[in-house]
Design a binder for this molecule. Structure first.
Ligand SMILES: Cc1cc2nc3c(=O)[nH]c(=O)nc-3n(C[C@H](O)[C@H](O)[C@H](O)COP(=O)(O)O)c2cc1C
Length: 323
């Protein structure tokens, strides 16, 4: 007869190991074989819910879980021992247990289970309950002691000073050995208890399930239609181009910015008109001045002819000869 012991502590000679050692000593006297597997320092990931194990009976993540599975199948009992971390079991251990219990399809009925928890101070009974749940969903009788199976200690070695805790461990080992032996006799005498096969209903009433499925189908159809309408509306808006937003749709900051830009544009237009006007006035004044100069010149010439008419005639004749 054999008991498989899983140690969830990453500490090699920690308090969980001390509690396990106390149990093993009794098992030796009771002629129960033991195998201890320490898993606390391994890298074990949690279940990925691929469900491939429901067909293969093996975990798809091929690690320590698949190596422990045949040991568990062969064993008459299983002890899971864990240090308490935040009032729960060590998560490396629970990652392993989730996958081990979920992936293995062999019958665990009447294998005796026991959990052992080790803490500095608090969270023992919560962890104890947590670990026992693996057994009580698997048809495994749970071995108990004279107290909930807990040992106290913080630094490695301190558990040995918890004399009551150690006594609880010894009591647990005696009770577990007795249960294993008795169950072996019971199975030989009566066989395994009858087991009813029933479909897993997941708490769903089949009549309501159909009604719900109908409702869900209708809701999802409506959702699809709504999405289609929204897409069509967006397309329509795009086709009609973007309409100018109404005043109440525009933010006050945008209105202020537009008004500032408008005023700046008006000022610039005014400036440009004034410059044009100034340039025009200057040109007109220059033209007027030019006309005056011309007029003055003509007046001057006419005055000279009047003063010396002979010289003027001579000049005119000279000009004619040259021709
Ligand atoms: C991450 C972490 C969380 C812990 N949480 C608790 C706790 O909730 N309650 C408690 O009493 N001790 C807590 N402890 C202390 C251990 O349970 C305690 O040291 C125990 O003896 C460790 O067992 P081990 O030596 O076998 O590893 C915690 C320790 C660690 C490392």
């Amino acid at each position: 007869m054999k008991v498989l012991i899983l140690n969830g502590s990453p500490r090699k000679n920690g308090n969980t190991s001390a509690a396990i050692d106390e149990i093993v000593k009794v098992f030796e006297k009771e002629e129960i074989e033991t195998e201890i597997v320490s898993v606390g320092s391994l890298s074990i990931r949690g279940c990925v819910a691929c469900n491939s194990c429901t067909k293969t009976g093996r975990c798809a993540i091929d690690d320590i879980v698949n190596r422990i599975a045949p040991k568990f199948e062969e064993a008459n009992g299983l002890i899971v021992a864990s240090p308490v971390y935040y009032a729960s079991a060590n998560s490396t251990l629970t990652a392993l247990l989730d996958r081990l219990f979920y992936s293995t399809l062999f019958d665990k009925t009447l294998k005796v289970g026991a959990s052992v928890v080790v803490a500095r101070r608090g969270g023992c009974s919560a962890t104890f309950d947590q670990l026992n749940k693996y057994f009580t969903i698997s048809g495994m009788p749970v071995a108990s002691s004279t107290y909930w199976n807990s040992v106290h200690g913080c630094m490695p070695g301190e558990a040995a000073c918890d004399t009551e805790g150690m006594a609880v461990m010894r009591g647990l080992a005696h009770n577990m050995a007795f249960l294993i032996k008795s169950i072996a006799i019971g199975i030989a005498t009566f066989g395994y208890p009858e087991k009813e096969k029933y479909p897993a209903t997941n708490f769903i009433r089949s009549d309501l399930a159909e009604e719900n499925a109908k409702k869900n189908r209708a809701a999802s159809k409506k959702k699809t239609e709504n999405v289609k309408t929204r897409i069509e509306n967006v397309r329509k808006t795009a086709r009609n181009k973007v309409t100018a937003p109404t005043a109440d749709q525009v933010k006050p900051s945008v209105i202020r910015a537009v008004s500032r830009a408008k005023k700046a544009a008006e000022k610039a237009a005014e400036k440009e008109a004034a410059a044009r006007k100034k340039a025009k006035t200057r040109l007109e004044q220059q033209a007027k001045k030019a006309r005056q100069i011309k007029k003055d010149l003509q007046t001057k010439k006419a005055g000279q002819v009047k003063k010396n008419p002979q010289q003027t005639a001579k000049n005119a004749a000279g000009k004619g000869q040259m021709k």
